[in-house]
Design a protein around this ligand. Structure first.
Ligand SMILES: Nc1ncnc2c1ncn2[C@@H]1O[C@H](COP(=O)(O)OP(=O)(O)OP(=O)(O)O)[C@@H](O)[C@H]1O
Ligand SMILES: [Mg+2]
Length: 224
C-alpha cells in the first residue's frame, strides 16, 4: 500500500512578471514502511516538493495523496490537523521554542491534536529517551548542543505517531559526528517504528541508507 502518491504535480512561482516552473509534472509513490531519499542540485525544487507534501505551500496543479488525505483539497482547518497529526516534519534548522524545555517542545504537537497532558508527557519522555536525551528533558534549547537540539526535533516529529516523516536536510547544520548520530538515530527509529520517510539530503552516505534514491532534475524525479 502506498502511503504517499503524487501525480502530475506542478508548481510555478510567480514573482512580479517572472514565472518559474519548479515542478513540471512530477510523479512519486512511496510504499508503507519504506524510505525514499531525494537529491538534486541547489534550487531544483526539493524543499518546494516537501512543503507541498506537508501542505505548507499550495500546488499549481496535480494530486498529492497521503494516507486518506488528498492534500491539495484540504481546507485551512483540515490542513492544521494534517500537518500536526499525519506528517512529522524535520528541517535543517530545529525550530524549537526557546522558552520551553526539551520535554515541552516535544509535547507541543500533541496538544494541537488534542492529547491529554499526562499521556503527552509520558510519550515525550519516552521519545527523548529513545534519542538519547533522557538526562536533558528539562533543559531549554539554549542549554543544548546543536546535535542535541536536532535530536529533540526528531523526537518532536514522532510524538503524534505520524504516517509520513518528511525530513529536509536534517543534518545540514551539524558537524560530521553529530550528523552521523542523527542519521543513525533517524534510520534506527524509522526502522524500529516501521515508519515511512521522505528524506532530502546532499549527503551521499546518508541518502544511500534509504530504500530508494531519487534525483530531482528539471522538475521531475528519476531513480538513481
Ligand atoms: N516563495 C517563492 N517564490 C518564488 N520563488 C521561490 C519561492 N520559493 C522557492 N523559490 C525558487 O524555487 C526554486 C526551488 O527552490 P527550493 O527551495 O525548492 O530548492 P531546493 O532544491 O530545496 O534548494 P536547496 O538545495 O538550496 O535547499 C529556487 O529557484 C527558488 O529560488
Ligand atoms: Mg531546500
Amino acid at each position: 500500500m502506498n502511503i504517499l502518491t503524487i501525480e502530475n504535480l506542478r508548481k510555478t512561482y510567480r514573482t512580479g512578471a517572472e514565472e518559474l516552473d519548479v515542478l513540471q509534472g512530477l510523479n512519486l509513490a512511496v510504499e508503507e514502511g519504506t524510505t525514499a531519499a531525494i537529491t538534486g542540485e541547489s534550487g531544483c525544487g526539493k524543499s518546494t516538493l516537501l512543503n507541498l507534501i506537508a501542505g505548507i505551500d499550495s500546488v499549481s496543479a496535480g494530486i498529492i495523496r497521503c494516507g486518506a488525505f488528498q492534500v491539495e483539497k484540504l481546507s485551512e482547518e483540515e490542513l492544521t490537523g494534517y500537518r500536526s497529526g499525519v506528517i512529522g516534519l524535520i528541517f535543517q534548522f530545529h525550530f524549537l521554542l526557546k522558552d520551553f524545555t526539551a520535554l515541552e517542545n516535544v509535547m507541543i504537537p500533541s496538544f494541537i491534536t488534542g492529547a491529554g497532558k499526562a499521556e503527552a508527557e509520558a510519550k515525550a519522555a519516552s521519545l527523548l529517551e529513545k534519542v538519547g536525551l533522557s538526562g536533558r528533558t528539562h533543559h531549554y534549547p539554549g542549554q543544548l548542543s546543536g546535535g542535541e537540539r536536532q535530536r529533540v526535533a526528531v523526537a518532536r516529529a514522532l510524538i503524534n505517531d505520524p504516517l509520513l516523516i518528511l525530513a529536509d536536510e536534517p543534518t545540514g547544520n551539524l558537524d560530521e559526528n553529530n550528523s552521523l548520530m542523527v542519521q543513525n538515530l533517524l534510520f534506527s527509529l524509522v526502522g524500529e517504528l516501521g515508519k515511512t520517510m521522505v528524506l532530502i539530503t546532499h549527503d551521499r552516505s546518508f541518502s544511500s541508507r534509504a530504500d530508494r534514491v531519487l534525483l530531482l532534475e528539471r522538475g521531475t524525479l528519476k531513480s538513481l
